[in-house]
Write a protein of this length. Structure first.
Length: 160
């Protein structure tokens, strides 16, 4: 019986000393993923436009240079985290805005249950200065008689 002997110093295929691995496929895949995440982040920015408090800037990594695979993976992971945080914050905020819209409907139906409550456009995610305010009709007389109504503002005050 013949035994095939291989030298113990031989490296496995693809890892031969002096041969560099081709990172183009991995780099292309990471760049595609980063591009998609940046597009998703910009779409989320457009969807949340009038709202404030969302961070959408993509920070540079020290000027023009070719990022290593590890740096690309870190950038991708950072973008995934920021996108998840922004989506969660938007979801929380839209939930509160929906509750405020329901509050406006209830205020309009039964203003006597919501005395002195005020809801502004910013509370429902709409730009502008409009607000809904439950007030007594005819001032102190209406307050004593229990006559409450919703006063809707006419919008932003004139510039002086």
């Amino acid at each position: 019986m013949l035994a095939v002997q291989t030298p113990s110093s031989a490296a496995p295929l693809g890892l031969l000393p002096g041969v560099e691995t081709d990172e183009r496929a991995a780099r292309r895949s990471l760049l595609d993923q980063i591009g998609k995440l940046e597009r998703d982040l910009s779409e989320l920015f457009c969807a949340t436009y009038p709202r404030k408090g969302f961070e959408f800037a993509v920070h540079s990594r020290g000027g023009p240079r070719l990022l290593a695979i590890g740096e690309l993976e870190q950038l991708r992971d950072d973008l995934v985290g920021r996108l998840e945080d922004s989506r969660r914050a938007l979801s929380d905020r839209t939930h509160v805005e929906d509750q405020n819209r329901d509050l406006i409907k209830r205020m309009m139906l039964e203003p006597e249950k919501f005395k002195w409550v005020r809801v502004q456009n910013a509370d429902i995610g709409v730009p502008g200065c409009k607000n809904w305010h439950v007030r007594p009709r005819l001032g102190i007389i209406g307050m004593l008689a229990g006559w409450w109504h919703v006063k809707i503002s006419s919008g932003c005050p004139l510039a002086t």
